[in-house]
Design a protein around this ligand. Structure first.
Ligand SMILES: [Zn+2]
Length: 335
């Protein structure tokens, strides 16, 4: 009587016998070949076409700065465009049609800033993965931020009656205005359509950008724009093409105009005596937008001109100079 184990069919027993007898003659080197083939098969099935990837350094082709001055433009040209290039918390601006990126850091940032770049390639399909690898390339680079020490400032000589008006009243209103303004400046709509910028007037700089200043109440801050000599009534021109997004009176800036140039770039013109534009007007480079004056917290009549990018104050004249080669008209003029 034949004994059969429970659940084992005669068919499967025969198959087992067949495997045993047919593999008995296989030599050891053949076993190795079979084992390697199985491993290759497993590797192909588990190939990371679905999961990423390699992470490799990707910096050899870029000249990276080791230190930057707060408010100055950091300009980087890449051979291969990256998916993302970021300076601190802000994505660098890719200049339309070029492999150039720029950004700046705020006067009030930390002592270092990190430049990070990422480049993603399309993940290959299973078949493509025989020939190429899905890859994520990334670099991180720390840059030193330079700026004058804040406690080295000059004392501002604000006339007593102006200072009292600023300090004793309107504290709540000042805070409200500040909030409205920072909301306005946080909008990054559109992109910068051209880099043809010029100063709002040709005049002497009477107070430089980033100069530390001390107020009569002991508070210190950086001068976030430039003061330009201008007697009351001097024509003030838009530094570039854009939309007027604010033209009204504020306590500290006085009569102020804000122009949106796209891509998070804004210019502000303060202490004006009167306006020549209204909100939502589209202005051309050099168009007269208002007239200088002595409104707000001032020592006397002048123009305070600011350039901001994503809430970081830029050095206005240097900004225009460092990106002027991107203005097609200026390139034409050189030919
Ligand atoms: Zn100023």
């Amino acid at each position: 009587m034949r004994h059969e184990g429970p659940g084992v069919s005669p068919k499967s027993l025969n198959l087992f016998k067949y495997i045993l007898t047919s593999t008995a003659g296989i030599k050891p080197h053949c076993w190795r070949t079979i084992a390697y083939s199985c491993l290759i098969l497993v590797a192909l099935v588990l190939h990371p076409s679905k999961n990423i990837v390699h992470i490799t350094a990707y910096r050899s082709h870029i000249k990276l700065p080791t230190e930057i001055v707060a408010g100055e433009i950091v300009n980087i040209t890449l051979r291969t465009p990256l998916k993302s290039l970021q300076l601190g918390s802000k994505k660098m601006v890719k200049v339309l049609g070029l492999k150039k990126y720029w950004a700046s850091v705020s006067l009030y940032s930390g002592s270092t800033v990190e430049l990070t770049g990422e480049y993603f390639v399309k993940k290959p399909s299973f078949l493509e993965s025989f020939f190429k690898h899905s890859r994520q390339k990334i670099f991180k680079h720390v840059i030193l931020v330079k700026r004058p020490p804040l406690n080295s400032g000059n004392d501002l000589r604000i006339p007593a009656n102006t200072w009292n008006k600023m300090n004793n009243k309107f504290t709540a209103q000042k805070l409200k205005q500040k909030k409205t303004m920072s909301n306005l400046l946080s909008k990054n709509n559109g992109h910068i359509s051209n880099y043809c910028f010029s100063p709002p007037l040709l005049s002497k700089i009477v107070s430089k950008f980033s100069a530390p200043r001390n107020l009569p109440n002991g508070r210190s801050y950086y001068h976030t724009g430039v003061d330009m000599r201008a007697s009351s009534g001097t024509a003030i021109r838009s530094m570039g093409v854009g939309h007027v997004v604010f033209a009204s009176n504020m306590i500290v800036p006085g009569n102020i105009i804000v122009v949106n140039h796209g891509g998070g770039l804004y210019s502000r013109y303060m202490h004006l005596s009167r306006f020549n534009v209204k909100v939502s007007d589209y202005v051309q480079p050099g168009q007269i937008i208002g007239f200088s004056g002595a409104t707000g917290r001032v020592e006397g009549p002048h123009l305070h001109w600011e350039v901001l990018w994503k809430s970081a104050h830029l050095n206005p004249h240097n900004f225009i100079k460092s990106l002027s080669h991107l203005c097609p008209q200026k390139n034409m003029a050189r030919l």
